[in-house]
Design a protein around this ligand. Structure first.
Ligand SMILES: [Zn+2]
Ligand SMILES: [Zn+2]
Ligand SMILES: [Zn+2]
Length: 307
């Protein structure tokens, strides 16, 4: 009897003295996005110069280096629930993890164009291996050829399927209807922008591009968007030689006006920028409130938006 009480006493004592491991803080568990509500997560929102603040002495880079947080950006990439990622490169896996999106939730990767800040074949192989399942890669002829070449050279092949896209040729990507539209960006390949439609929801993802081609404006006229995401690489900078392949905010304001005035955006639809250069744009702390006053969202990495 005494022994039993003693054991009970020791057990209670052990419970009291044991650190509360169950409540220990740790990284958030990855969320499986199996819910049916349409939403996107900005996995990355930066341009090709995400590493420049590490060394550059300009005011923007210095602010980013000193304050970090929402000011820092990974390469532009977007998760579209339930299972699509647009663009996936060297910061892709860490972006998924930092944003709480499980790699296993991704089934399709849409690539806009072959530039290294948007597409890296080895990173897509790594995603398929991390997932332990199939990834279908959709992209233009150059992207598909580069992915095939990478896969052909691998001994231990990941489960990656490739599917070539052509401008204006819509296709079903699981639950979403995908319409690739021409960008004005990379001579020598069909750089693509994407309209995605699912049930009564639709979004536009438009990076990388300079002023949109006339055929793209024309195609957009028949869309009804809940969300438009448009690149604003160079912020308020208006150097013509920079704007041959990317947009600045004056361009973006005109695109936004077009979308609302032509009723391409639904009433209450939301307009966001992305692919903002860390060196050329003001940092998030400063620029986000300014753009909010104009009805534009300046996203930060990991930000989720419902549709
Ligand atoms: Zn880019
Ligand atoms: Zn590019
Ligand atoms: Zn700088």
């Amino acid at each position: 009897m005494f022994a039993a009480r003693r054991i009970l006493f020791l057990a209670i004592l052990a419970l009291i003295l044991t650190p509360p491991l169950l409540f220990a803080a740790g990284p958030p568990a990855p969320v499986q996005h199996a819910d049916t509500a349409s939403h996107v997560v900005f996995l990355g929102t930066g341009a090709a110069d995400i590493n420049r603040p590490k060394t550059d002495g300009c005011a923007n880079c210095t602010h980013i280096r000193e304050h970090g947080g929402k000011n820092a950006r990974r390469y532009s990439s977007l998760f579209v629930a339930p299972d699509i990622v647009i663009d996936f490169t060297t910061t892709g896996l860490e972006s998924l993890k930092a944003s709480g999106v499980a790699p296993s939730a991704v089934a399709h990767v849409l690539i806009t164009h072959s530039h290294g800040d948007h597409f890296d074949p080895a990173s897509i192989s790594a995603l398929a291996k991390e997932k332990g399942g199939r990834i279908t890669l959709h992209g233009n002829a150059r992207v598909v050829a580069a992915m095939r070449k990478h896969l052909d050279a691998l001994e231990d092949k990941p489960d990656v399927m490739v599917h070539e896209l052509k401008p204006f040729q819509g296709c079903d990507v699981d639950e979403w209807r995908c319409i690739p539209l021409p960008a004005s960006h990379a001579p020598g390949e069909d750089a693509l922008l994407y309209v995605l439609r699912r049930k009564d929801r639709a979004l536009l993802y438009a990076t990388d591009t300079s002023w949109l081609p006339a055929a793209t404006f024309n195609a957009l006229k028949s869309e009804h968007l809940d969300l438009a995401i448009v690149e604003a690489t160079f912020g308020e900078i208006d150097k013509p030689e920079l704007l041959t392949a990317h947009m600045n905010l004056p361009f973006v304001r005109l695109v936004r006006r077009f979308l609302f005035e032509q009723k391409v955006m639904k009433a209450g639809g939301r307009f966001s920028v992305t692919h903002t250069s860390l060196h050329w744009c003001e940092p998030h702390d400063i620029l986000a409130p300014k753009l909010a006053n104009e009805g534009m969202i300046l996203p930060h990495d990991g930000m989720r938006l419902g549709l």
